[in-house]
Design a binder for this molecule. Structure first.
Ligand code: PHE
Length: 449
């Protein structure tokens, strides 16, 4: 049975859903992570594979997640349970929802640390401490932060508190207004920053680096990173979009909304690349510098451009807000699930989950200082959390969603929820989620074994 409301609330309109889901999708993944993994994986060929993953795997799976959520109007764990029951298949499909809850916690624990870096830079630029930075000073500034666990701890704690306050406020009151302002402002600032980057004289080189294809530079490992990032950046494979879909109004078209979200997300990532790489090349930095890339390139730019103090401050504030609106969706599936299990108010669920991710995050922030020698599987905790979630758990969650929707769920349920009037388009989507997505994900996994 198709329901019209979730007990947690319903977005006021199709646009509110689009903004909320785009708020989840656009985050540190676009501005911080995308540029540095492009740099580490050699540029254009990686970007091409990433774009293909977004279009051929990400978009169809996102439609699958939204339709599951909206059909069942419950948290991912219970939604999968209910639809499996409705179709008469094994109810253990709900374990996929549980795996998503776990992935959300693990992502949150390192996400919050990076968001903490951003908050620190808000404070630095707001208090006028980002003047006259050369590349070396910017590097020292960042490394100094990493080496200082108490500062990291402070910002991480503040970020967890902020996120949990918004989530405790509930679906409708928490986010809607913030994201409406956030996206246009973020776009505007990225355009301004691209303007600055074009004065470095390296815009053309950056363009070629991002869009010139050199497949020699790409390894199978890089292909897995591209696939994993497609899931990470679209918030797929762990239930965030499924949860947001459960609050989507009945009449709104899923396909159109999903394409809009994916397009916005991709645009922000590519724009971030076009901001950061000209500066990288102009200052002769290494594009493969890793997670610190944004934090050492942009401060140099801000300290040198006219009005850079204010622009820098505004930029970091916006990135912090983008991180906030993403982090909220990392815990929403878990919170909604606890609330549905009764006996747990929203507040109590948030307190419980907040405490958990806060503790996990302490391990992640320690990887740069007091735990830096602890390297299970040859990676520090921070890198390990990133690898396990983005490269394993999210694609695994994605393949399960694709198999469930493509092979288990009654086709009539999908057709009914998606309500695509053009039968050919429906067939294309069905082929993508039934064959292309599982085969592509499975193949890339196998190549990496
Ligand atoms: N999509 C977010 C980003 O790009 C991260 C995220 C992943 C959020 C998974 C929710 C779920 O920053």
């Amino acid at each position: 049975m198709s329901k019209t409301e979730s007990i947690h609330g319903t977005w006021a309109s199709r646009w509110v859903f689009i903004f909320a889901a785009a708020g989840s999708a656009v985050g540190l993944g676009n501005i911080w992570k995308f540029p540095y993994i492009v740099g580490e994986n050699g540029g254009g060929a990686f970007v091409l594979v990433y774009l293909a993953c977004i279009l051929m795997v990400g978009v169809p799976v996102m439609m699958g997640e939204v339709l599951i959520g909206r059909r069942a109007r419950q948290s991912p764990v219970n939604a999968l349970h209910e639809l499996a029951t409705e179709t008469g298949v094994d109810t253990r499909w709900s374990l996929v929802g549980l795996m998503g809850v776990l992935a959300g916690f693990l992502i949150f624990s390192f996400y919050s640390v990076v968001a903490g870096w951003v908050l620190h830079y808000v404070a630095l630029s707001g208090s006028g401490q980002m003047v006259d930075l050369g590349q070396e000073q910017a590097g020292d500034l960042f490394n100094g932060l990493l080496a200082d666990p108490s500062t990291l701890f402070l910002w991480h704690s503040l970020f967890v508190a902020l996120v949990m306050t918004v989530v405790a406020g509930g679906v409708i009151n928490g986010l809607e207004r913030a994201t409406r302002l956030l996206m246009p402002a973020l776009f505007a600032l990225l355009v301004v920053l691209m303007g600055y980057s074009s004065t470095t004289g390296q815009f053309g080189n950056a363009w070629n680096f991002l869009f010139g294809f050199d497949f020699g530079a790409l390894s199978w490992d890089g292909v897995l990173v591209a696939l994993g990032h497609a899931f990470f950046t679209l918030s797929l494979g762990m239930g965030a979009i499924m949860a947001y879909g459960s609050y989507m109004p009945k009449k709104a078209s899923i396909g159109g909304a999903v394409l809009t979200i994916a397009a916005l997300d991709t645009l922000v990532a590519l724009m971030s690349g076009l901001v950061i790489f000209p500066i990288v090349f102009a200052t002769q930095m290494d594009p493969g510098a890793g997670p610190g890339l944004m934090f050492v390139t942009l401060p140099v730019a801000f300290s040198q451009m006219p009005g850079g103090q204010i622009i820098g401050f505004m930029f970091f504030v916006l990135v912090a807000l983008a991180a906030l609106s993403s982090a909220i969706s990392l815990v929403e599936p878990a919170v909604a699930w606890l609330v549905e299990r009764k006996g747990f108010g929203r507040l109590k669920s948030c307190a419980l989950i907040g405490a958990l991710v806060w503790l996990l995050g302490i391990g992640a922030l320690g990887s740069f200082n007091f735990l830096s020698d602890f390297e299970p599987f040859g990676k520090n905790i921070f890198d390990l959390l990133d690898f396990v979630t983005a490269n394993l758990l999210l694609p695994l969650g994605g393949i399960c969603v694709a198999l469930f929707v493509g092979w288990r769920l009654k086709q009539s349920i999908s057709a009914d929820e998606l309500a695509i009037s053009n039968p050919l388009l429906f067939k294309v989507w069905y082929a993508l989620i039934r064959f292309v997505a599982p085969v592509a994900i499975g193949f890339i996994f196998l190549q990496n074994l």
